[in-house]
Design a protein around this ligand. Structure first.
Ligand SMILES: Nc1ncnc2c1ncn2[C@@H]1O[C@H](COP(=O)(O)OP(=O)(O)O)[C@@H](O)[C@H]1O
Length: 190
């Protein structure tokens, strides 16, 4: 299995790139944000538990998120590899992911970060909020809170993967195709 972690701040373009990369490399795309939103919409037990955190732009607690993630991975026993989008977002999630992948005889092959300046990203999110219906994209305060969550809890993951020699940064500014090309170069060299 070639498992890739897509990494980046809110709005960095993880979901957009994932759509292209999953086709190109025949990977299973798992977006924790999408799975949570699906559960919210269908008002499942998981959705009810996640809603207050998501609507505020807070991270959903690790235990709940990790359980959901493992359930999703287990739905694809014959996959070529997983493209993780939005997971892990904390050190504890990264450790849980490593432990889980080890238990199934696999590992993270690479973490690829899409980099862009905060001002550009906030503009992108506010634009997306106009049409996506996502409450967490419509309010500058909630967006700020997501960046704070990112800086405090998610940014330390760069070090975590750097220490394992698995961290690759890619310039996330440019056309969608250009960025797919940059990410592909990293994957092709694995
Ligand atoms: N790995 C995770 N851990 C905790 N909460 C998560 C995780 N992934 C998604 N969420 C929740 O879902 C929300 C939306 O996720 P996502 O669409 O990936 O956000 P963004 O566009 O900000 O990167 C997050 O703000 C958070 O509340």
């Amino acid at each position: 299995m070639t498992n890739i972690v897509l990494f980046g701040k809110p709005g960095a373009g993880k979901g957009t790139q994932a759509e292209f990369l999953k086709e190109k490399y025949k990977l299973t795309h798992i977006s924790t944000g999408d799975v949570f939103r699906f559960n919210l919409k269908n008002n499942t037990e998981l959705g009810k538990q996640a809603r207050i955190f998501m609507d505020a732009g807070d991270l959903v607690p690790d235990e709940l998120t990790t359980k959901m993630l493992i359930d999703e991975v287990n739905k694809h026993p014959d996959t070529n590899g997983i493209l993780f989008d939005g997971y892990p977002r904390t050190i504890s999630q990264a450790e849980a992911l490593d432990a889980f992948l080890t238990s199934i005889g696999s590992q993270v092959a690479a973490t690829i970060a899409l980099e862009a300046d905060d001002e550009i990203l906030v503009q992108r999110l506010l634009e997306r909020g106009k049409t996506s219906g996502r409450v967490d994209d419509q309010d500058a305060e909630k967006i700020r809170n997501r960046y704070q969550e990112y800086n405090e809890k998610t940014a330390p993951l760069m070090n975590y993967y750097q220490e394992q020699g698995k961290f690759h940064a890619v310039n996330g500014i440019g056309s969608i195709a250009e960025i797919t090309e940059r990410v592909s170069k990293v994957i092709d060299n694995l």
